[in-house]
Structures are given as C-alpha cells and as structure tokens.
Design a protein around this ligand. Structure first.
Ligand SMILES: Cc1cc2nc3c(=O)[nH]c(=O)nc-3n(C[C@H](O)[C@H](O)[C@H](O)COP(=O)(O)OP(=O)(O)OC[C@H]3O[C@@H](n4cnc5c(N)ncnc54)[C@H](O)[C@@H]3O)c2cc1C
Length: 270
C-alpha cells in the first residue's frame, strides 16, 4: 500500500481545510471497500480523512415514524438499533444479512451508498423507502442519488451525513445471496403504505438498483404474490455474467419479489 497521511477530524467543519490541504484525499468510513482497493493499488490517495472519529456521525434517531440514520452507522448498528427494529424491521434484517460479522461491524450505510455497488443491499431499501440522503451541502432524493454502477449524484468530496425516511407501515426484503461473497445476486425490497406500494431491485440491473414501477402499480390494485407472474421484465436492462444469465436473474427477481410480498401479506393477514 502506498504511504498516505491519516486525518482524524473531531468535527465536520474541520474537514474542508483538510481537503484543501490534500492533493488527492479520500474519506475513510468502514474501509471495507476502500482499503482493499488501496492494497491492490487500484487507488492511491494522498490523504485519508477518517470519519469514524466524528461525534454522532453514526447516530440513529426518530421523530415519530420519521427515522434518521447517521452515515457512519455500521451495518451491525442498523441491524441491532431498537428504533429500527421497532419502526422498520425489514431494514434491520437487511443490514443483518450484509457480508460477515467483520464487515457488519466496520462497514457503514454511508460508505455503502457512496460506493453504490450494483450488488449492494442498501440501494434497494433506500429507493423503496423513498429516502432522502443528506450531505454536508444539500439533500438528495433517492430517485436522483443513484446514477449507474458505482456512480452517484455526489460531487467530489461531498460527504453523506445521514439518511432520512418515513418508516412504512409494512416492508420486507428478500435476497438471494451470492454463495461466496454474500452480495445480492438479486434482492427485492417492498414497502407498503396506506395508499402506495414501492418496490426496488438490486443485484441485476446494468445501471444498478432500480424501482419496479409496473409491479408497484399492480400491487396497489391487488397486493398478492401471484401478481408478480403478470409483469413484463423484458424492457429492463439486466446484466449477465458468469454468476447468472439474464433468464436466471429475471427468475430470481420474480422469486425474491414473491417472497417479500408474501412476507408482508402474511403479517397483514395475521
Ligand atoms: C467480504 C465482504 C462482503 C460484503 N458483503 C456485502 C453484502 O452482502 N452486501 C452489501 O451491501 N455490501 C457488502 N459488502 C460491502 C460493505 O457493505 C462495505 O462496508 C461497503 O460497501 C463500504 O462501506 P464502508 O463503510 O466500509 O466504506 P469505505 O470502504 O470506507 O468507503 C467506500 C467509499 O465510500 C466513500 N465514503 C465512505 N463514507 C462516505 C460518506 N459518508 N460520504 C461520502 N463518501 C463516503 C469512501 O471515500 C470510499 O470511496 C461486503 C464487503 C466485503 C469486504
């Protein structure tokens, strides 16, 4: 690994001076993606700005059903936090299925969103929850945030500070994990409110995670898993690789969607 200077800011407003004095700085959150890339020499930042020392950066709070999750919240914190378990348990269960214990204890929701891996779990949840991403400069709606594989609306050195959303009445996430990596070969997050259904898919799109609007409309009319059989996926851009053909991934999306819908329907019917 190339040498670099490590900064540990004790407040967000100290970061801009650190960025200005660095030739090629990078934020360091959990380091689960960044450090392996540096070890492989794929990136060679001059300075790392360690976000883990920022006070309250991982704080999770709520006002009624409106939840705010600090960007520095680890996957383990999201999985175990009482407010999330009570108000949006599906998000907690999603976080509890990311990677292994080490990844969950280090990796952060902010790092995952900034990275926007096409097989990451959170993007499906953030889209289906219609969350707002707060940065040190502005607010970005989830529908504007993801811009393609490993691309987001973040400007250079723009810092995600928190993620905010209204907890849906019901939600469920079904994921078919890659057997080796644990990343989603396909993951479907479904939210159901009084007057809406939102469905988002990760793991299969050649532009990353996306909303499945045809299914949303049909589920709003009839919330039943069998509706999945009536949707047409042929116009959507799927990628294919040695882990799965388009047909295989299409089938996984249908199976995961049915599972998530059935989970919600079972609770509704209980
Ligand atoms: C073995 C393994 C298995 C994994 N399995 C899964 C899985 O099943 N599902 C899944 O979704 N993910 C998985 N991951 C990815 C994991 O969730 C990572 O934690 C995540 O992608 C990166 O988050 P991080 O906090 O470690 O960020 P870092 O690696 O520290 O940073 C990643 C990038 O984001 C930038 N960044 C970090 N925080 C911010 C911020 N607040 N604002 C702006 N930019 C920021 C950094 O500068 C860097 O460019 C896995 C990773 C590993 C190593």
């Amino acid at each position: 690994m190339n040498p670099f200077t490590l900064h540990r800011p004790s407040a967000i407003d100290l970061i801009s001076a650190m960025l200005a004095s660095s030739s090629d700085p990078k934020f360091l959150a959990g380091g689960m993606t960044l450090l392996p890339s540096m070890k492989l020499g794929l990136i060679t930042p001059s300075d790392l700005i360690d976000l883990t020392s920022l006070p309250a950066f991982g704080e999770i709070s709520n006002e009624g059903r409106r939840l705010s999750v600090g960007a520095g919240a680890t996957h383990a914190a999201v999985a175990n936090e009482r407010r999330i378990r009570e108000l949006c348990p599906a998000l907690g269960r999603l976080a509890g299925k990311i990677g292994d214990r080490h990844v969950r204890n280090r990796g952060t929701i902010g790092g995952s969103l900034a990275n926007n891996d096409p097989a990451a779990d959170y993007p499906a949840a953030i889209l289906a929850l219609d969350a707002t991403i707060h940065t040190d400069r502005r607010e970005i709606g989830s529908s504007d945030f993801f811009r393609g594989i490993f691309e987001t609306a973040l400007d250079e050195h723009e810092l995600i500070t928190s993620i905010e959303f209204e907890a849906p009445e019901r939600a469920a996430y079904a994921k078919f994990p890659h057997p080796a990596s644990g990343y989603a070969l396909a993951g479907v997050f479904v939210c159901r409110g009084d007057s809406y259904v939102r469905v988002a898919v990760t793991g299969v799109g050649s532009d990353g995670a996306f909303r499945l609007q045809e299914l949303e409309g049909k589920l709003e009319a009839q919330f039943e898993a069998s509706v999945v059989d009536t949707i047409d996926l042929s116009a959507l851009e799927f990628f294919e690789d040695r882990h799965g053909s388009r047909a295989y991934r299409e089938n996984l999306v249908r199976v995961m969607a049915r599972q998530a819908i059935a989970e919600i329907a079972a609770v509704d019917g209980a």
